[in-house]
Design a protein around this ligand. Structure first.
Ligand code: ADP
Ligand code: MG
Length: 730
């Protein structure tokens, strides 16, 4: 892990800071943060910075095919622009305004806020759609917030997005994979649909690039489609660039005087130091993941209890904020703190731009985030804690200046900040597996992926790898065209290609009932209720089978079903009831998809006698293997060396079977401790996901034990029996 100080070195948290400059401004009296909070919603809307630009914005959208809007977080882009467009008539004639978000949480919370402002029920005039969850009403919904991925998928049935008059791509600077794809596709759609308006909201650093990308004023337009408006009525093809000045105050940045190797403790100490100054204002702490957030919340709760005896004006109230947070817990995060309470929001980088938090005056920034990386040579991903970019750090600091001049405390030295943080973040598209993306583009008719107009091109190796994977799955033919029916069906299912492939195989093998369950359970956040490792392990043990995690899921599903889907049962067995309900919902939707595709459905295990059970289960395992055979690993005789104080001893080392040479052969894997096969030593396994983490190992999750013969049987094009291959012998 990258650190600003070598492990073991310990330095006290010390910012050379003084709060004195604040005292004058605060004037001792508690200022009211949400000064608009008590106003009627209409009045609150009029007070947003973007309101002064309403007329101009509407004029620009009217006269330009593309408008790029730049503005500080909180200026009103996300909540107001779609409403302005609606009020100005862009939703007349049955058309909708779409607003895409890279994050599901953002799509949901923003839609709820806008519905409130418009005085309608969520899902009526204002709705949202995330994968497997559509809260909108055809014919009624005018403004639709959705994830960028959902809009991409919609293009498969409505390639020109005819349903929409305006598509607003929000948070475009985040450069999520789906946003990058969407931008390229929207540019193509604009050529066929001069009437479509694209609005892009972006942070300053990316805005010029976006505007240049959408500038087609020099490109000759293909002959207009007969049904579309005449050329004369078409808007300008040079994008308009507009900037909404924020309502931000200055933010003073502080650095550590000496580096720290423990940013969790440093964050807690910083928050307590701020709190002890007894000045008003909420605190926002940026960490890298859910576990860290929960840990720091607990530490701060302890500190809060300890501080209760001191005569401070405010009481500490720490709350966590991360993507997988249950909706019920999120409320506490967004609600303004009551009088006498100082909220400390402990968040992942979800709080960087996409959600609105009121009342923050202090930001404590670990300067780290979890970053996903992809190695096209091994086909394996890693999720490592890495320093954030300076652009991200600036965004994070900006969150402190919303209500009055604020402070940002970076938990690193200024020197390290300058020398170790990159200027900008690498777009997700350049560090992800692209097989799903390539398949989607192919099914949208983008046959030559290499000539597709990207904002930034993907690495060639990743592209090749994606094509290889899709070909191995049978989704592409030898000419790299979508195969029929497998390729089109895999693309049609709203799933990762391997999961989609499993479902197709299960239809052929007559075990859709079982594979649907597995796929649905793989699509939810977590099946197990959070808790101590020991308790969770014990809970899992009741359902564990030697065939691995995926088959164990079947047992959980069956037992939950037999309990009458009882919440009491779930609680007693440490199973997350909410996840199970969601899995049930996803399962039903996927079942409907299969029906629509005209695929045969059946069960391998239902009504099967005990004698035939093993054989029936083999059928299910083979269907699962048909989607995962690329990720095959073989046990070696090596033992993982002890790497940390956790019980690492004894975990066996696996090697990737797919020997693409160098990197792939060298990648060492082991079974993740969350797997039911941890501590078991199956000879051959398939895994749904393996991720390199900060221990340096690739850890396999959702593991399925198989027989080696299946590999050559299922994928003769990939695996041959090579008895003397030294790599396999070891
Ligand atoms: P932007 O997209 O420019 O960052 P938003 O449109 O998200 O800004 O937010 C504009 C304003 O609306 C915020 O400053 C805040 O006052 C208010 N707001 C947004 N979301 C919520 C919410 N969930 N609850 C309360 N107020 C909100
Ligand atoms: Mg926004």
């Amino acid at each position: 892990m990258a650190g600003f100080l070598r492990p073991g070195e310990r330095a006290p948290v010390a910012f050379g800071l003084s709060f004195d400059s604040d005292r004058g401004e605060a004037g001792g009296a508690a200022p009211v943060y949400n000064k608009n909070e008590r106003l009627a919603l209409a009045e609150q809307r009029r007070r947003l910075p973007i309101y002064a630009h309403r007329t101009e914005l509407l004029y620009l959208v009217e006269t330009h095919a593309t408008t790029v809007v730049v503005g500080e977080t909180g200026s009103g882009k996300t909540t107001q622009l779609p409403q302005y467009l609606h009020e100005a008539g862009w939703t007349q004639g049955g058309k909708l305004v779409a607003c895409t978000q890279p994050r599901r949480v953002a799509a949901m919370t923003v839609a709820a806020r806008v519905a409130e402002e418009m005085g309608c029920r969520l899902g009526q005039e204002v709705g949202y759609a995330i994968r497997f969850e559509d809260v909108s009403t055809p014919g009624v919904t005018k403004i639709r917030f959705c994830t960028d991925g959902v809009l991409l998928r919609e293009m498969m049935s409505d390639p020109l997005l005819l349903k929409y008059s305006v598509v607003m791509v929000d948070e475009a600077h985040e450069r999520s994979l789906a946003t990058d794809m969407l931008l390229g596709l929207l540019k193509k759609v604009q050529r066929r649909r001069p009437d479509l308006r694209v609005v892009i909201s972006s942070a300053t650093i990316e805005a010029e690039k976006m505007a240049r990308f959408f500038d087609t004023s020099n490109v000759r337009r293909p002959r207009a489609h007969a049904e579309l408006p005449a050329e004369g009525a078409a808007p300008s093809r040079s994008p308009a660039l507009m900037s909404v000045e924020g309502r931000t105050h200055s933010v003073q940045v502080h650095y550590l005087e000496a580096p720290t190797n423990d940013y969790l403790t440093a964050a807690v100490e910083a928050a307590v130091a701020i709190h002890r100054e007894d000045l008003p204002g909420d605190i926002l702490i940026f960490l890298t993941g859910q576990d860290e957030c929960e840990t720091v919340v607990r530490l701060l709760e302890d500190e809060g209890r300890r501080l209760q005896r001191s005569k401070l004006k405010w009481r500490l109230k720490p709350v966590a904020l991360y993507a997988g947070l249950p909706a019920a817990h999120q409320l506490g995060v967004f609600e303004p703190a009551p009088r006498g309470v100082r909220k400390v929001v402990v968040a992942t980088n979800i709080a960087e731009t996409s959600v609105t938090l009121e009342g923050i005056v202090y930001v404590v920034d670990s300067c780290f985030a979890k970053q996903r990386c992809y190695n096209p040579l091994t086909g394996l991903e890693s999720l490592l804690i890495a320093p954030i970019s300076k652009a991200s750090a600036a965004q994070r600091a900006g969150r402190a200046g919303r209500v009055r001049p604020g402070h940002c405390f970076r938990l690193c030295t200024e020197e390290d900040y300058e020398s170790k943080l990159p200027a900008t973040t690498v777009p997700e598209m350049q560090r992800s597996d692209l097989s799903g993306a390539v398949l989607q583009l192919k099914s949208l008719g983008v046959d030559n992926i290499m000539t597709f107009e990207w904002l930034a091109p993907p690495p060639a190796e990743t592209m090749i790898r994606a094509l290889e994977t899709l070909h191995a799955l049978g989704a592409l033919d030898l000419d790299a065209r979508l195969s029929r029916p497998v390729g089109t069906q895999v693309a049609d299912l709203p799933l990762d290609p391997p999961l989609a492939r499993m479902l197709l195989a299960s239809s052929e093998l007559g075990c859709t009932a079982e594979v649907l369950t597995v796929v649905a359970m793989l699509s939810v956040q977590s099946v197990w209720a959070p808790g101590g490792k020991r308790e969770v392990d014990e809970a899992k043990a009741r359902f564990s089978v030697a065939e691995g995690d995926l088959i164990s899921y079947l047992n959980v599903w069956k037992a939950w079903g037999e309990s009458g889907r009882s919440k009491k049962w779930a609680v007693a067995h440490r199973v997350m009831h909410r996840s199970m309900l969601r899995a049930a919902d996803i399962r039903e939707q996927l079942q409907a998809h299969l029906r629509r595709l005209g695929l045969r459905q059946g069960s391998a295990l239902e009504g099967v006698s005990l004698l035939d059970h093993a054989e029936a289960l083999t059928t299910v395992r083979k269907a699962l293997a048909a989607g995962m055979f690329i990720n095959a690993a073989k046990l070696t005789e090596e033992l993982a060396v002890k790497l940390s104080d956790q019980q690492d001893m004894g975990a066996s080392v696996y090697r990737l079977v797919r020997s693409a040479g160098g990197d792939a052969a060298a990648a060492k894997l082991r079974i993740h401790h969350s797997s039911v096969l941890f501590r078991c030593r199956p000879q051959w396994v398939l895994f749904y996901a393996a991720e390199q983490n900060d221990s340096g190992w690739y850890e396999m999750r959702d593991v399925l034990a198989i027989e080696s013969a299946w590999l050559t049987e299922l994928a003769p094009h990939m695996y041959r029996l090579v008895p003397l291959n030294p790599q396999l012998r070891r």
